[in-house]
Design a protein around this ligand. Structure first.
Ligand SMILES: [Zn+2]
Ligand SMILES: [Zn+2]
Length: 184
């Protein structure tokens, strides 16, 4: 198994917490966002600050991590491609089971269970899942974004009344003139 790097920003060392059930520790830190924190069209840019507020609590089986993370999202509206920036705050809770206890019990391997590794907690998968779950599947600049005009590509939210009836848009009229190049 690959060991966790105790100096990595999203790795927590639980040794100070101890293993007495009920023992608690608060941890607040700001970490640089890891790559791919979000979905393709909306994410926390890599390296942007993520503020973490965490509570670690020793329980019988391991360490319960409860916390919140806040960060700024960047992306674009899936309908009109307008840039989107918004603040995100997510909460999460996960039990990290002591790896040595599990080994002693000979428990079956279960990928669904988060494990401590040498008293270290890897927060990255937990943070990523919480962020991805909180994101809209289809981010929009506004709930009723009308998207782009299918004829000319203009952003309809900026120009809701424009139409393409009969009259030719002057911009297209110019293009039409160019088309009729006499040397053709
Ligand atoms: Zn939009
Ligand atoms: Zn149009």
């Amino acid at each position: 198994m690959n060991g966790l790097d105790p100096r990595a920003p999203l790795v927590l060392d639980t040794r100070e917490l101890g293993r007495r059930p009920g023992s608690q520790r608060q941890v607040s830190r700001t970490v640089p966002a890891p790559a791919d924190l979000g979905i393709e069209v909306l994410s926390v840019p890599e390296g942007a600050p993520v503020e973490l507020d965490l509570r670690l609590e020793a329980v019988m089986e391991g360490v319960l991590v409860t916390g919140s993370a806040s960060a700024a999202l960047e992306g674009e509206c899936v309908r009109c491609l307008e840039p989107i920036r918004e603040d995100l705050e997510v909460t999460f809770q996960e039990l990290f089971v002591y790896d040595d206890i599990r080994d002693a019990e000979g428990a079956e391997e279960d990928d669904e269970v988060s494990m401590l590794q040498d008293d270290l907690v890897d927060l990255q998968p937990l943070l990523r899942d919480a962020v991805v779950l909180a994101l809209p599947f289809q981010p929009l600049c506004q709930d009723d974004c009308p998207g782009l005009c299918t004829e000319c590509g203009v952003r309809l939210a900026d120009d809701p009344d424009h139409t393409h009836e009969a009259a030719i848009d002057p911009r297209w009229a110019k293009l039409a003139e160019l088309d009729q190049d006499p040397t053709d």
